[in-house]
Design a protein around this ligand. Structure first.
Ligand code: UN1
Length: 508
């Protein structure tokens, strides 16, 4: 089935394709068309922002517990449609079905968390320095939130922004990745089916250039109050600059070069499992994917032997089957990954029987499921001997490639782990509690896993990074409320006279 995707403003599909047309194919079978996408342009974005601005006051007037009920309803509707939604995700970006179902689960978990927040959204009462005076704080919606998201988690990650933004009384303009447009359209339709008013959520399909132009215009017209962005560090910096120029802020969720430290006391088989899932799950296309394993020199050879053997045995291929990973998401990501493969140096040791690069009939992989010629399938690659002088140690490669290096002291391991300057996720495998605390304190990452993989964060802990991974903002759980609300301070003097702060302070 071919999905016909358009922007949707005020519940109405936008006619025409001012930004051109796009065809999304199944990356596991590039002869199959999944979606025909009509793109909007900068004007479409601005129009959606105007519609969101118009609708916002009425949505904010809906009592928060009632907004919470809408979120509850959305969660149940997504749950009832989880298999269908996961199938669209698998067809459009090649994510294995079980992972796609897991991603849909994250939406349901997010709704479950925030439906209760509708009955909390606590403010505070604060003591005054003066008698007969009461101080309060209220959380106020920021207004219009523009959500701009990547396609590797085409439904879960957008929901991390959209659900709390709506719950707190904002309206949303969502610009998903064009290469995941059908997944986005399906999710937006489920949100609408949950009973949102038409003005609460608008969908804009547009390319990066038109989105930027539209966002700039919308910011100039003061139509956007907050941007939630998940994507590359380079684009994130541009978004941060643009919003900053207009005295608005962005919640930036960017790349990662996520390290995993394996200490001498680690359970090596457990560490190998974590490395296989973290490095090669989702074909390495998570922002939390494992970048480099930093393994103690005393266990380096044994770890590497077991890691290579486990990767060797893993099934790769058709994402509707039980595979470790499927194809790269799109031709663009495949091409970019091939560039990264070009960074492997002659002095590195590359492990893997079929070699590196694209899997084809001439370059087969044992355990491949399906027909390699039909899709964008890549060999899993392990590169041993990487270090800070190598680009593949310093940069996110966003594909099925994991670097390995060794260390002598934990200080050295922490230093290596911090070297790339990202700071999203990290992990340590050890049975020594001292290692855990020393690592946790030294690592610059927003998320630390102990004896678990770098990827796979639960949906109610703060999610986010530091350094090149973001501007320190956090998504998920109650922490995200600070992104989509602003505190209003109220002071109410019921003394019947003018009491001046700092000047009329009561003494004992
Ligand atoms: C991302 O790749 O942008 O922690 C998010 C994880 C997932 C989310 C990844 N729950 O790996």
């Amino acid at each position: 089935m071919v999905h016909h995707v358009t922007s949707v403003i005020d519940g109405q599909p936008v006619a025409g394709a001012p930004g051109g047309r796009l065809t999304n194919v199944d990356p596991a079978d590039t002869a199959t068309v999944v979606a025909e996408v009509a793109l909007g342009d900068a004007g479409t974005f601005v129009e959606a922002a105007r519609a969101a601005r118009r609708a916002q006051p009425a949505w904010a007037d809906v009592p928060a517990p009632v907004r919470g009920r809408a979120i509850a309803h959305i969660g149940r509707i997504v749950e009832a449609n989880q298999d269908a939604l996961a199938r669209i995700v698998t067809a459009e970006i090649g994510k294995p079905h079980v992972e796609a179902l897991g991603e849909v689960r994250e939406i349901i978990d997010t709704c479950d968390f925030f439906l209760g927040e509708g009955r909390r959204l606590y403010g505070q009462t604060v003591p005054s320095e003066m008698p007969d005076k009461s101080l309060f704080t209220y959380r106020e919606p920021v207004g219009v939130v523009s959500v701009i998201t990547a396609g590797n988690f085409p439904v879960a990650v957008p929901s991390w922004y959209i659900v709390p933004a709506l719950l707190t009384g904002n309206t949303v303009v969502w610009k998903p990745a064009e290469y995941a447009a059908a997944s986005a359209q399906a999710l937006a339709a489920l949100f609408r089916a949950g009973g949102l008013p038409d003005g609460a959520l608008h969908l804009v399909l547009a390319d990066g250039e038109q989105t930027f132009a539209g966002l700039e215009e919308a910011l100039e017209e003061r139509l956007v109050d907050k941007v939630g962005f998940t994507g590359s560090s380079v684009v994130g910096a541009l978004i941060g600059e643009l919003t900053g120029r207009h005295l608005q802020s962005a919640c930036l969720e960017l790349g990662g070069k996520n390290p995993m430290v394996v200490t001498p006391s680690a359970d090596l088989d457990l560490a190998v499992e974590g490395a296989v899932f973290g490095g090669f799950g989702t074909a390495g296309q998570r922002c939390t994917s494992l970048g480099t394993v930093i393994v103690h020199e005393s266990v380096h050879d044994e770890f590497l032997r077991r890691f290579a053997a486990a990767v060797e045995q893993a099934a790769v291929g058709d994402p509707s089957q039980e595979v470790l990973f499927g194809p790269m998401m799109s031709q663009k990501f495949a091409a970019r990954f091939e560039d990264y493969l070009g960074w492997v140096q002659p002095h590195h040791r590359v492990l893997g029987s079929g070699g590196t690069g694209r899997i084809t009939g001439d370059n087969p992989r044992e355990g491949f499921v399906g027909d390699p010629e039909r899709g964008l399938f890549y060999h899993p690659t392990i590169v041993d001997g990487v270090g800070p002088e190598d680009q593949i140690f310093m940069e996110e490669t966003f594909g099925p490639m994991v670097g390995v290096t060794s260390y002598r002291t934990l200080e050295e391991a922490v230093d290596l782990a911090n070297r790339p300057g990202y700071g999203l996720s990290s992990s340590i495998y050890t049975t020594d509690p001292q290692d855990v605390f020393r690592f946790r304190r030294g690592i610059g990452a927003g998320m630390v896993s102990v004896n678990n993989s770098t990827s796979g964060a639960e949906a109610h802990l703060p999610f986010g990074g530091n350094g090149r991974s973001g501007n320190g903002s956090r998504q998920s759980g109650m922490w995200v409320l600070d992104q989509f609300t602003r505190w209003q301070a109220v002071n109410w003097d019921w003394s019947g006279r003018l009491q001046k702060a700092q000047m009329d302070v009561a003494d004992l």
